[in-house]
Ligand binder design. Sequence first.
Ligand code: FES
Length: 138
Amino acid sequence: MSRYNVDVPKVTFLPENATFEFEHGKLPYREHGLPESALDVALNFGFNLEHACGGNNACTTCHVVVKSGAQNLSEMEDDEADRVETAADVQLNSRLGCQCIVKGDVVLEIPAWNRNYISEGGHSMNLGDAIPKSKSAH
Ligand code: FES
């Protein structure tokens, strides 16, 4: 099989530079986020991307910024767009890890405020005041 086959996409998380390759339809763990979403891929490989709401598009802790391969993610649905707008330090290429389905190679950066969680390797938790205030918050 060609290493460029889009049926075996690679997801890279920065700044850890952690890359995971998976075959469509072969991820066994499907409990958080949409199947084959960036969050689903991460958790399948033991990479603890934050997911305070359990991957239900009800928080923004799975916020990632797409550095390359945006065309290889599912199109953003209205529900995701409404939610990601409320994320701290939202950017033009922001997505919610639990909602963006991986269809080809992508590189995703985890916002700086959420990186401690990754390095701690912890479980889902409420970051409370550690999360910067959303620009749209009143
Ligand atoms: S985990 Fe809460 S919106 Fe993605």
